[in-house]
Design a protein around this ligand. Structure first.
Ligand code: ATP
Length: 501
């Protein structure tokens, strides 16, 4: 109790005092204001910090000069080694932030003009477009000739480069798997197409050192019993005798990852609904606690369009459970498996999909609800990604090129800092096209997305209620694909279309 008391509330004389200010431009953001006001008691322009030693300052650059936007105590304990307020991050040459650890240190920011150049500034984007394009062309040309040369040498030594056969062991049994070409790569794994017992399968190989990731993923697949159509089917696992690498044999998803699917084609309204429906059903099943099936709730924790597969029937299946956490075992109530083991996944998962509270480190990683709410935030971004590639939702049927969430706003290599600033501090989300408001289903789509990615994690929908909302979209707007508002499929050029008859 004494320790807890020391951590949560400090004696008054030791409490940090910070400048407090919320400008007109941010006053409209009720939630944002509440977060900072709650960080300590405010008297005039000074706030006495309740739980942290850090002052924060968010500044906007107006006419080349930083103007304070939000000044306050930080809300959660973080390291802030600087005594003065030194500019740390900026975004689109517009924002500076600082954190410091002395009384009233956040009132005056120090910065150098050179700090305004941001990797995603307009200049660098133009430069990238003008200068990098020819370089990419040359590189592609060289790659083409390397591939041709390798293919020729393959033809010469056919036995080595062609399909090879592996006998792979799973405990006492053995799996005879033929491994063909590579179909995907992740941070840890290389995934091959192969055959097993006459069926096409995917074989995921993890290097010998990744035993923990292998065990976590295998444990989850075994637990899920592979019985849900929106979870990729698990067929076996084991270790290769020669290089000791780990492998998992899975049902093969013909269209590959959702990311590669959406990069290559646009979809009809009905097709997009099926993708969204199966995806949310998969997550709802994952989160569910099914005592009769001995299935505890599981948080995925690394949902992204690379970790969702698209099967031949146009439905999604979740995969890659290497970062997942079993939240509560049915046989051992409230024992949490994998706790603390998977904290590294936070940095490895695709940054774009991290919920604001996870970006800010505000989450107790052992709290089931927080982890599931983080998954629902990522689900909202995935639904947005799918609908942004639906030609029925764009005039003339011309859906824009597939982009990851926040890629348009922050560039393709987002950083943790720029994402924190944009998603958490500025409370921004991916742009929902304005013309959707004119569509019959537009308001329902907006509401669903906003209820998934709400900055208040407790206000978010559950995965189960997302399924219900999509079911109601399906029944209310099923005939909408032929609406006069919408498509002219002949206008679609680069991507192929996928639709249900
Ligand atoms: N069953 C499958 N069928 C078809 N392609 C698959 C299958 N499983 C994985 N892939 C492809 O392989 C890629 C990498 O797989 P996976 O995400 O499981 O690897 P990982 O190393 O665990 O990834 P991460 O970097 O997200 O941790 C996927 O994005 C997908 O393109």
């Amino acid at each position: 109790c004494v320790v807890k008391g020391l951590l949560t509330s400090k004696p008054l004389q030791q409490k940090r005092r910070c400048f407090f200010q919320i400008t007109e431009s941010t006053k409209h953001n009720y939630r944002q204001n509440k977060k900072y006001t709650a960080a300590g008691s405010v008297s005039g322009s000074v706030q006495v910090c309740e739980t942290t030693d850090c002052c924060v300052g968010y500044y906007r650059i107006i006419n080349g000069t930083p103007k304070a936007d939000i000044l306050a105590c930080d809300r959660i304990e973080k390291s802030c080694p600087d005594e003065t307020c030194k500019a740390q991050t900026r975004i689109n040459n517009q924002f500076l932030t600082c954190m410091c650890n002395t009384d009233l240190c956040n009132g005056n920011i120090t910065w150098g003009k050179e700090q305004t150049s941001h990797p995603y500034s307009y200049f660098s984007v133009v430069f990238m477009k003008k200068a990098v394009k020819p370089l990419v062309g040359i590189l592609l040309f060289m790659c083409f000739w390397i591939v041709v040369a390798q293919w020729r040498s393959c033809l010469k030594k056919k036995s080595k480069c062609a399909n090879y056969q592996q006998e792979m062991h799973t405990g006492s049994d053995s799996l005879l798997v033929y491994v063909l070409q590579i179909v995907g790569r992740g941070h840890f794994a290389t995934v091959f197409q192969g055959t097993y017992q006459g069926s096409v399968v995917a074989v995921k190989f993890l290097p010998a050192a990744y035993e923990h990731n292998f065990n976590t993923e295998k444990e989850i697949y075994e637990l899920l019993l592979s019985k849900h159509t929106s979870i990729v089917n698990f067929l076996g696992a084991g270790r290769k005798p020669d290089d000791k690498s780990w492998f998992i044999v899975l049902q093969f998803a013909e269209y590959g990852s959702l990311h590669s699917f959406l990069s290559k084609q646009t979809t009809s309204w009905m097709f997009s609904l099926n993708l969204c429906q199966s995806l949310s059903q998969g997550l709802s099943y994952l989160h569910s606690d099914l005592l009769n099936l001995h299935k505890p709730p599981v948080a995925h924790r690394d949902l992204s369009s690379s970790n969702v597969l698209v099967k031949a029937d146009g439905t999604c299946a979740l995969c890659d459970f290497g970062c997942s956490t079993i939240l509560r075992s049915c046989s051992e109530p409230y024992r949490r498996h994998n706790q603390n083991k998977n904290t590294k996944c936070i940095q490895l998962g695709t940054l774009h999909y991290m919920a604001p509270e996870i970006l800010e480190g505000f989450v107790n990683l052992n709290e089931s609800m927080f982890l599931m709410q983080g998954d629902v935030y990522a689900l909202g971004l995935l639904l947005w990604e799918i609908w942004m590639c639906c030609y029925d939702l764009f005039e003339g049927g011309a859906a824009p090129q597939h982009l990851l969430p926040y890629e348009l706003e922050l560039g393709s290599n987002v950083t943790l800092e720029s994402l924190m600033l944009y998603v958490s501090y500025m409370d921004k989300r991916p742009c929902i096209p304005e013309h959707w408001e004119l569509l019959p289903q537009g308001a329902a789509l907006r509401e669903l997305l906003e209820d998934c990615w709400d900055s208040d994690s407790e206000a978010r929908l559950t995965a189960h209620s997302v399924v219900e909302r999509i079911t109601s979209l399906q029944s209310s707007y099923s005939l909408h694909a032929s609406s006069k508002h919408l498509r002219n499929a002949t206008n679609i050029t680069q991507k192929a279309n996928v639709s249900y008859a």
